[in-house]
Design a protein around this ligand. Sequence first.
Ligand code: FMN
Length: 160
Amino acid sequence: MDFKILIVYFSHSAHTKKLARLIQKCTDGVLFELIPQNAYPANYNAVVAQSKKEVEKGYHPLLKAMPENIEIYHKIFVGTPNWFGTMAPPVASFLAHADLSGKILVPFCTNGGGGLAHIGTDMKRMCPHAKVLDGFAATENNGNQEDVSHWLKMIGIEDK
Ligand SMILES: Cc1cc2nc3c(=O)[nH]c(=O)nc-3n(C[C@H](O)[C@H](O)[C@H](O)COP(=O)(O)O)c2cc1C
């Protein structure tokens, strides 16, 4: 059963959600959106102020739900917006609470120009018993199927 792919992501303004859906089309994986129990404010300055404090403190917000039956997945794509050079706190919550030992983790992000920054290295630090592959970054809405397919081939994951 280790051929199943899970695509877990958090998205505040839907860019990462769109990229997650592109990855889903290429891999036939199962999508799971991480939703914090307390939604972030819609106002840009407010979300920046709140999440900056959370990232600085390494805060892990409570999530509405975690993916079920994580043991059946071998490869897990983990998607996030780049928030202050790292993953958004709900993604850190997922990594901290799931048993990811022995899994292959595949980071992806959308960003405002800062790329993956230290999302991949932070993932490795948080999940020392998982293998973290080279990630994919797209600026905001600019992820496309061709680039996603190319990246999947580079990391040894064939299109379905
Ligand atoms: C709180 C916050 C912090 C951000 N920090 C960065 C950053 O450090 N570097 C960057 O390139 N983009 C940054 N951005 C831009 C987002 O990464 C970008 O808009 C992303 O596509 C949003 O994804 P989403 O629509 O899935 O939430 C930030 C945006 C927000 C709201």
